[in-house]
Design a protein around this ligand. Structure first.
Ligand code: ADP
Length: 607
């Protein structure tokens, strides 16, 4: 159920049903309509015929009372009486508009007549049967249709004994001619009049005149032909005998027309005639065909409507189904998203925990490294201070003895030496103080080039003495986040170390004495890398890891303290950067990074 093929099949069945029903109903309705119309027309024809035939019904009986006729009956052989009667009849015939009038004796012999004539064959029989009228056709030459006549009879009696008849003949040809005319004009309708023998005596169709109704029997036809009542015998018109029992019947017209016709009949009992109307059904058929196609189209339309409704319902059902699936999928997605969110939240929490743990570990590590630095420093400090202290004590004791001996000059020399030693110890503690100073947030914007120039100025006396090429590749527009004094302290340290290294080597060919400072952008200009490179002897690979150890120095005693790089590293760290060192082919490179505050690229600003 619901498949399109079913609905197509249904549409086919509905079309067929519409076709058959449309045809049947239309045919029945049209037939009823036609039959009602024809019944009315038959009525009209009947009254027309009756009027025409009854118009002269009075005439024979009127003539019967004529004296001349009475005299003729008394002396049938009297020539004078016959002539007088004939004259009278001729006059009446002309005035009444009849065809012929004559008087015959009981044997059917003509006694007087409106014109010379031969009495019809049936006259004798009619007299014997005491009939008041009969029909007879002109028996012309065989094969030529004659016209039908109507004869009115009136008996002439004396003492209850039949002596003769008065006969009035009416020719029906003019009336029939109007019917033929009508029949020609209305193609669809044929009017026939059949006599008591079932032979058509009047017809609107010329060919059907003298046709025999419902007589398939050849012998009967031949008998009728032999009777010489009719000029010829026409074709058989197969009308069912009991036509009057029905309102109408369908009959088949004789060849060559051979179509189906609607036959209707009306009896004209007093005249013993049957009035028949045969109607063409082509219009009925046409209407029925039209109705059949309309019915088929209607059936097809209903079928298509059903198909449309069914497919619409199916589409709606599918839509509903798809919607439900979509909702399911949506719900599933939401559940997945919720689950995933919960997972992510958990991971996030774990990460936060891990970060907290890492920060704690880092703090602890920092603490440990600080303690390590403190230990190293204490060891170095005690080593550095113990020596002068021992020397001071020895010198003090020595000075006491020299004083006792009165050697004041020697005491003064000793005091001079002691002063120098205390001065050296003071230098150490000053450096340490600088190291111990609490870190301040470097938040000011410092011109790197200005700091470089200041540091360079402080060491100018040494660079000039060494004939050193000082290269500065720092843009004037570069400002870094730092604190100027401490940045200068770092630069002075690095420059001084470089100058010391270059000075530690005698000048030799091919190697230029060179100190270079450069600023290179990092991270899209957010940070800057400051490089300080020299052309000195550098440091051996083995000593590199010890470079940032407190009190590590390779310089002769009394020249190096081994605190410069430690302090510089700490300051750079406070600025948020890292100080690193690596060897070059000739010399060393010290590098540290800083946050850039502004960097206006100004070409050609290098000094
Ligand atoms: P100091 O200069 O008092 O020795 P530093 O901490 O400044 O202390 O330096 C430690 C040591 O690192 C120096 O003694 C030297 O051996 C080495 N050093 C520093 N800078 C350079 C350099 N540019 N070239 C070679 N050696 C260097």
């Amino acid at each position: 159920m619901g498949r399109p093929s079913f609905y197509l099949y249904l549409t086919g069945v509905l079309m067929l049903l519409g076709l058959v029903l449309g045809h049947r109903l239309s045919e029945r309705a049209s037939l009823d309509q036609l039959s009602a119309l024809v019944t009315e027309r038959l009525e009209l024809y009947a009254s027309n015929l009756q009027t025409e035939l009854g118009r002269h019904a009075y005439l024979p009986s009127l003539l019967a009372i004529d004296d001349g006729v009475a005299r003729l009956m008394e002396h049938p052989d009297d020539e004078t009486a016959r002539r007088a009667a004939s004259l009278m009849l001729a006059r009446v015939n002309v005035r009444a508009g009849t065809t012929q009038i004559f008087v015959a004796d009981a044997q059917g012999r003509v006694l007087a007549a409106s014109e010379p004539l031969t009495p019809p064959l049936r006259l004798q029989q009619a007299i014997e049967q005491d009939r008041h009228h009969f029909f007879a056709s002109d028996t012309g030459q065989a094969g030529v249709a004659g016209s039908t006549n109507f004869f009115l009879l009136h008996p002439l009696r004396r003492n209850q004994k039949l002596q003769g008849v008065i006969v009035v003949k009416l020719n029906l040809a003019p009336l029939e001619a109007t019917w033929v005319d009508l029949g020609l004009r209305s193609q669809g309708e044929r009017i026939l009049v059949a006599d008591d023998q079932g032979v058509v005596i009047m017809s609107s169709v010329e060919d059907w005149k003298y046709a025999v109704l419902s007589r398939a029997d050849v012998a009967e036809r031949d008998r009728l032909h032999a009777s010489a009542r009719y000029p010829r015998v026409g074709p058989d018109l197969h009308l069912p005998g009991a036509l009057e029992a029905y309102n109408s019947l369908l009959v088949r017209a004789p060849a060559p027309a051979s179509t189906t016709l609607l036959a209707q009949e009306r009896q004209l009992l007093p005249l013993g005639l049957r009035l028949l109307a045969l109607s063409d059904l082509s219009e009925v058929r046409r209407q029925a065909r039209l109705a059949a196609w309309s019915g088929a189209a209607f059936g097809a339309a209903i079928g298509m409507l059903l198909l449309y409704l069914a497919s619409r319902r199916r589409a709606l059902r599918q839509l509903f189904h798809a919607k439900a699936q979509l909702q399911d999928a949506h719900a599933q997605l939401e559940r997945t998203v919720d689950d995933r969110t919960a997972e992510l939240r958990q991971i996030n929490e774990e990460l936060v925990d891990q970060i907290a743990q890492r920060e704690q570990a880092e703090g602890e590590l920092l603490q440990t490294s600080k303690l390590a630095v403190l230990g190293q420093m204490s060891a170095g400090l005690s080593h550095e201070v113990n020596q002068p202290l021992t020397a001071l004590r020895a010198l003090a004791r020595n000075s006491q003895r020299l004083l006792e001996a009165g050697r004041t000059q020697a005491v003064a020399d000793n005091l001079q030496t002691m002063d120098e030693m205390v001065e050296r110890m003071g230098t150490i503690t000053r450096q340490l103080k600088s190291f111990a100073r609490k870190a301040e947030r470097a938040s000011t914007a410092v011109s790197l080039l200005a700091s470089v120039n200041n540091a360079r100025l402080l060491l100018e006396h040494r660079t000039r003495a060494l004939d050193l090429r000082f290269e500065v590749e720092v843009p004037a527009g570069l400002r870094v986040s730092a604190e100027s004094n401490r940045l200068e302290q770092v630069l002075v340290n690095l420059f001084a170390n470089a100058i010391d290294a270059i000075a530690s080597e005698p000048p030799h060919d091919g190697v230029e004495r060179r100190l270079r400072i450069a600023a290179l952008p990092l991270e899209d200009g957010q940070r800057v890398l400051v490089q300080v490179q020299d052309s000195g002897p550098g440091l051996s690979e083995a000593l590199l890891p010890r470079l940032f150890e407190p009190f590590f120095t390779t310089k002769p005693a009394g020249e190096g303290l081994g605190l410069g790089l430690v302090i510089s590293s700490k300051i750079v760290h406070e600025f948020g950067g890292t100080l690193r060192a690596h060897r070059l082919d000739h010399g060393m490179s010290f590098e540290f990074d800083l946050a850039v505050d502004t960097w206006q690229a100004e070409e050609g600003q290098y000094v």
